[in-house]
Design a protein around this ligand. Structure first.
Ligand SMILES: [Zn+2]
Length: 313
């Protein structure tokens, strides 16, 4: 495999209040991980900003007006509930998006087969019109739309193994037959959406997982639910909302996945990408709030992406 790793130098400039789980340290621990010898031979790129208006590919003007209006001159402002914005957040969001689009460019040109973007803030809760759940814009949804507009990709699949349901991604694509959205997530849990009955126009597969369930339940959900539907959809590009908050240590939820589970699901998604779309896969960081769990999960995910092996082997 050839893999690009996108990192974000300004990730820490998006500030959250003390004690907030979605914090700059998340990328600091990942930068320490990426400096280890086993990741030395990866192609690495530092994300560069794009114009924020690029987000209009998946969003209305309302969401950009909201975050521009709420952005404080200094300090931190609240957008809603636990979603905050700070003076430099717009630049951070534009840079994370730029990183995702660079990975897309490299995968679509064939320069690499897959890519992982260690970017923040996460995006999958941001709906077409409004930010929510730590997410200011929906980076993966914008990436899917740019893939269609720029490269003429006909069928894009988004698979989301973050422990929370990606209500924003579902909201944006729920009537779009050419975008598949498949998600495993703990239920009940924030944001409360993601019932198995939410099927869009036949393009959405939600498999809720019971609190305190482990990786076996996740594997069953993929083998019996998401993977057959994904293969049947036959994507031309596979995007992954890679959240690591299903880790057993995570403080935001109660699933019990281990690094082996993140390796396994990554391998299964790569199998689909190999069979359906010439290995084209772009993964981007969503949640993951226990720093040890985040680091272990990303290590497992990235090892599988780059050389098809499990971190534990
Ligand atoms: Zn999450």
């Amino acid at each position: 495999m050839s893999t690009v790793l996108i990192t974000q130098a300004n990730g820490g400039d998006h500030m959250s209040p003390p004690g907030h789980p979605e914090r700059g340290d998340r990328l600091v621990v990942l930068d320490e991980l990426f400096a280890k010898p086993r990741f030395a031979h990866l192609t690495k790129k530092t994300a560069q900003p794009v114009e924020l208006d690029v987000a209009l590919a998946a969003h209305s003007e309302a969401i950009l007006e909201a975050i521009r209006d709420k952005r404080p001159i200094e300090g931190i402002a609240r957008i809603e509930a636990d979603t905050f914005i700070s003076a430099k957040s717009l630049e951070v969001v534009a840079t994370g998006l730029g990183g995702a689009l660079e990975a897309l460019d490299m995968v679509m040109s064939g320069e690499v087969e897959n890519g992982f973007c260690a970017i923040r803030p996460p995006g999958h809760h941001a709906e077409r019109d409004w930010p929510m759940g730590f997410c200011l814009i929906n980076t993966i949804a914008v990436t899917a739309q740019i893939a269609r507009q720029k490269y003429g990709v006909e069928r894009v699949a988004i698979v989301d193994f973050d422990v929370h349901h990606g209500n924003g991604t579902e909201n944006i694509f729920r009537t779009d037959r050419d975008v598949f959205y498949g998600s495993t997530h703990q239920m009940p849990l924030y944001p409360g959406t993601g019932a198995a009955s939410e099927t869009g126009v036949g393009n959405i597969v939600n498999v809720p997982l019971a609190p305190h369930s482990d990786g076996e339940a996740m594997r069953e959900a993929f083998v019996e639910g998401i993977l057959p539907a994904l293969n049947e959809f036959s994507p031309d590009l596979l995007l992954v909302s890679a959240g690591f908050d299903a880790d057993f240590r995570d403080p935001m939820a109660h699933l019990n996945w281990t690094a082996r589970d993140f390796s396994w699901v990554t391998g299964k998604l790569m199998d689909v990408a190999e069979r359906q779309c010439n290995n084209r896969l772009v993964s981007m960081l969503e949640g993951g709030y226990d720093l040890n769990g985040l680091s272990a999960g990303v290590a497992a995910h990235l090892r599988m992406l780059m050389d098809g092996t499990s971190e534990n082997e």
